[in-house]
Design a protein around this ligand. Structure first.
Ligand SMILES: Nc1ncnc2c1ncn2[C@@H]1O[C@H](COP(=O)(O)OP(=O)(O)OP(=O)(O)O)[C@@H](O)[C@H]1O
Ligand SMILES: [Mg+2]
Ligand SMILES: [Zn+2]
Length: 507
């Protein structure tokens, strides 16, 4: 045989694309060319593949002209995950291994023929399964990741020789796969946060209703502590969500060896120096996922939010509105999932002391306004819950002042409240209060007259949008308290979160 084929997978965003690898051996000037828009990494594959074959006691077809074609040509092929497939297709064209059918091969080759781990093995496995392939050859250390997809025959190889042995039907000495560790990410417990009863309650409401949340307060009062505890209050991911999230982490190269499906809602906290590309995703060739996508079905925490570049904050508009990010590259678009719950934390001003009367703040009003203006508009508008944190008192910080409620207890209440909402919304596309569109909210879920009158108070100057935000939160508070509709006290409690006791500009 002089023409043979193998299949590989390349990752674009969170999608896998099957790439056909064809090797053709012909008469002519000896040498090797790879065609099909390979980037530099695939170009380097030529040298790696040749060295790996020669160092694996296999014959390099040195008298022949070798042409390797990768298709579809329009797909950007990035990274070295096609190495192993290229090597096997050449060996197959040279009749050293039988033809591969219904098999996908992923793995990078080292010069000595060892197979190295690659990004996106779970994505490749899902892709193989959905496209009807039945065997997947992967780096030995990533067998667990591929095996998260049932009904797929997964072959782990440590080296090119192993892969050749497998295709020849010989025994290969597979290492026992690592035991799958269900690494329960250790989320810190809510009982460690002392005082801050308002903020603790707001966190519970946020978890129950899926509301975006903002904390405003001086340095060191517990904003970051609280934000980190939100994933522990949220329900565990469903099976479908777990596969989706784990595949995203796989595509991002962020899964550790032996890690099982991710079951805890992810938590992503970009630093305020994070670039737009790192946050949203992008890259010059194949699209790399950004942190908003890694926060899908979980929490995106913008700590020190006012310190972010304005353009970076503005880039969050699309995902907040639509739950996806669209990345346009010359000629094609990639859409990545990005449905997350936002927790934003900020100091009130550069000196951090403009809380309450603001008497201790040394910033000019102009400086304060400029600092805060980055957050206003589209970002703050979408945040239903706004809380101002005061410094906890010494008595509150004293552990002997009693045990506070921990994550388990609060998470149980959150689960019950979510169940109530899900029942109310059983025939609707939305399942949590934060997702109810404004017009539906008013039309289908009326509250009592007395409760509504609270919002009609002229001196509060509540806009229609502001009223929607308050009502969504009031419903969640009612769900937590076991009320069928929000009472006056539920609405009053929601009102308190409207503008963080006046520290956030109400809209
Ligand atoms: N309410 C609290 N209960 C217990 N410990 C607290 C509390 N607030 C702050 N601390 C202690 O102070 C440390 C800093 O808290 P944290 O990072 O949450 O503050 P922050 O409000 O995010 O501050 P910054 O504005 O500087 O980011 C915590 O690690 C904890 O040790
Ligand atoms: Mg902090
Ligand atoms: Zn200040």
């Amino acid at each position: 045989m002089t023409l043979a084929r193998a299949c590989g997978v390349v990752i674009n965003g969170v999608e896998g694309l099957v790439v056909d690898i064809e090797a053709y051996l012909s008469q002519g000037l000896p040498g090797m060319t790879i065609v099909g828009l390979p980037d530099t990494a695939v170009g380097e594959a030529r040298d790696r593949v040749r060295a790996a074959i020669q160092n694996s006691e296999l014959a390099w077809p040195s008298e022949r002209r070798i042409t390797v074609g990768l298709s579809p040509a329009s797909v950007h092929k990035r990274g070295a995950s096609l190495d192993l497939g290229i090597a096997l297709s050449i060996l197959s064209a040279h009749s050293q291994v039988p033809e591969m059918t219904k098999t996908i091969v992923v793995g990078e080759l080292a010069l000595d023929g060892q197979v190295r781990p690659v990004r996106g093995v779970l994505v490749a496995a899902l892709c193989a399964y959905r496209r009807g392939y039945d065997t997947l050859i992967v780096p030995q250390s990533q067998v667990n990741e591929a095996q998260l997809v049932p009904d797929l025959k997964v072959i782990g190889v440590k080296s090119l020789s192993d892969a050749v042995a497998f295709l020849r039907g010989e025994e290969i000495t597979e290492d026992l796969p690592l035991p799958i560790e269900f690494i329960e990410e250790t989320i810190p417990d809510l009982c460690e946060v002392r005082g801050q009863s308002n903020a603790r309650h707001a966190l519970e409401v946020a978890a129950a209703g899926g509301h975006h949340l903002a904390f405003l307060g001086s340095p060191g009062v517990g904003k970051t502590m609280l934000a980190q505890r939100l994933p522990g209050l949220l329900p565990k991911l469903t099976d479908d969500q777990a596969v989706e999230v784990t595949a995203i982490y796989s595509a991002a190269g962020a899964l550790s060896a032996g890690q099982g499906l991710i079951r805890t809602p992810p938590f992503q906290a970009p630093h305020h120096t994070t670039t737009k590309a790192a946050l949203i995703g992008g890259g010059s060739n194949a699209v790399r996922v950004g942190m908003v996508t890694m926060a899908n079905h979980g929490v995106l925490c913008l700590d020190e939010a006012a310190e972010f570049e304005r353009s970076v904050l503005d880039a969050l508009r699309q995902p907040l509105e639509s739950g996806v990010v669209t990345i346009a590259r010359s000629g094609f678009q990639t859409v990545l999932p990005a449905r997350f719950q936002l927790v934003l934390a900020s100091n009130p001003c550069p000196c951090g002391k403009f809380i309450g009367t603001g008497a201790q703040c040394s910033c000019s009003s102009q400086v304060r306004r400029r600092y805060f203006s980055r957050l206003s508009g589209p970002l703050l508008d979408r945040i239903d819950l706004r809380v101002t944190l005061e410094r906890p008192s010494l008595a509150e910080l004293d552990p002997s002042s009693g045990e506070l409620e921990g994550t388990n207890i609060v998470a149980d209440r959150v689960a019950n409240a979510r169940a109530r909402a899900a029942h109310r919304f059983r025939d609707e596309p939305w399942k949590i209060n934060s997702q109810v569109p404004g017009p539906m909210l008013r039309r289908r879920y009326p509250v009592s007259d007395s409760a509504r009158e609270l919002l009609a108070n002229d001196s509060l100057e509540i806009s229609a949008r502001g009223a929607d935000r308050i009502l969504r939160v009031a419903w969640t508070i009612a769900d937590l308290r076991g009320h069928d509709t929000p009472t006056e006290t539920d609405v009053a409690a929601a009102l308190m979160y409207r503008d963080g006791n006046g520290s956030w500009q109400a809209s």
